[in-house]
Ligand binder design. Structure first.
Ligand code: SF4
Length: 350
């Protein structure tokens, strides 16, 4: 039996040259954020010249096979920066595009910073991709999170970006205060209806020095468990997959700007969060095929998947294999890599 959902894995990921911009002068106090706006600790903003050197260094890591290279300004509210600073950053990045070492520029920003005036600034620069921190499409959840914008700001921002033909990425969060999961599913559907080019899904973590950390200590906020957040992210992933929208990231990436031990107080952090989600999807697929085929109490079952999906069907520490054997009373279950299968396909023979 073969199950082959739509394959979005053929997409070639660009090589990203990351430029982290800690927020300065952010007028907002999102409850989950621990940026300097809340802690009062000023983070050093690199000059555009320093950023140029940083980009140059990073480009030396680039493998030969990557066709698309993008410089990515992330970590904050790009279009909320001072206009002169935005221009100087874009000018610095554009030099690498002119030299032919980079193809284009991308950045992340808040939905309420996107308007015609600010997009006019971008016109003379090779910006290709804009990512928006949507977080939720439920206005009550946005209000509780202290976001200071509404879902209609996101709708307007996407519509303006589409008029100007930017590639659009939308970021959403699960487990925000006031969201029992149903608002996340609602948000995913609303986001999918906006037809972005890609999305990211982040579970809410309780970061030290955030407003949320105070609520957590007072017992006013309980983060999602890892198990619940994986299952919720899976359901949301499948909503986007059905609409053929790429999910390019699930879970926060540990990085030099994000040290787990010093930053996270509580919440569903896992270094391989996305892998957990994919493993659960493969477990669901395998168990539903085995069930529908009436495979039970077999001596030997083989599951064929693409070589890149072997770890997903196995699960962490062979979790899926153990569960399937127990659930269906299977004596021997073998996972066989099969090159001709799509990465999200599965074939089961008993
Ligand atoms: S998450 Fe909110 S508070 Fe933090 S930098 Fe972004 S907009 Fe500002």
């Amino acid at each position: 039996m073969n199950r082959e959902p739509d394959n979005l894995s053929s997409y070639e990921r660009p090589f990203i040259v990351p430029v982290f911009l800690p927020n300065i002068g952010c007028p907002h106090k999102c409850v989950f954020c621990n940026q300097s706006a809340i802690t009062g600790v000023k983070q050093k903003i690199p000059s555009s010249e320093e950023i140029g050197l940083q980009i140059n260094r990073f480009l030396n890591y680039k493998g030969r096979n990557r066709s698309l290279v993008q410089i990515s300004f992330f970590g904050g509210n790009f279009l909320g920066l001072k206009i002169d600073f935005i221009k100087s950053l874009l000018r610095e990045a554009t030099k690498f595009v002119i030299e032919g070492r980079v193809d284009s520029i991308r950045f992340s920003t808040r939905p309420d910073t996107i308007d015609y005036e600010r997009l006019d600034i971008l016109e003379e620069f090779p910006v290709a991709t804009v990512e928006i921190g949507v977080q939720s499409m439920d206005d009550k959840v946005l209000c509780l999170a202290g976001r200071g914008h509404t879902s209609s700001d996101t709708e307007k921002a996407v519509s303006i970006l589409k008029e100007r033909n930017y590639e659009i990425g939308l970021q959403m969060m699960i487990g925000l205060p006031g969201d029992d999961g149903s608002m996340s599913l609602y948000s995913a559907k609303k986001i999918a209806a906006l037809s972005p080019d890609f999305v990211r899904i982040y579970p809410t973590l309780v970061l030290k020095n955030s407003i949320l950390s105070g609520w957590y200590k007072e017992g006013k906020y309980t983060p999602l468990s890892l198990k619940k957040s994986v299952t919720l992210a899976k359901d949301i992933y499948l909503i986007f997959k059905e609409k053929k929208i790429r999910v390019i990231r699930m879970g926060i990436q540990a990085s030099e700007h994000f040290e787990r031990e010093t930053t996270i107080l509580a919440g569903p952090y896992h270094p391989a969060f996305g892998h957990l989600v994919h493993s659960e999807i493969f477990l669901d697929m395998a168990s539903s095929i085995i069930e529908s085929e009436g495979i039970d109490s077999c001596d030997s079952v083989e599951i064929k998947v693409h070589p890149r999906s072997v770890s997903k069907i196995r699960g962490i520490k062979n979790f899926n294999v153990k569960i399937l054997k127990e659930m269906f009373n299977i004596k021997s279950l073998e996972i066989i890599p099969h090159h001709s299968l799509a990465e999200d396909a599965i074939i089961i023979n008993a």
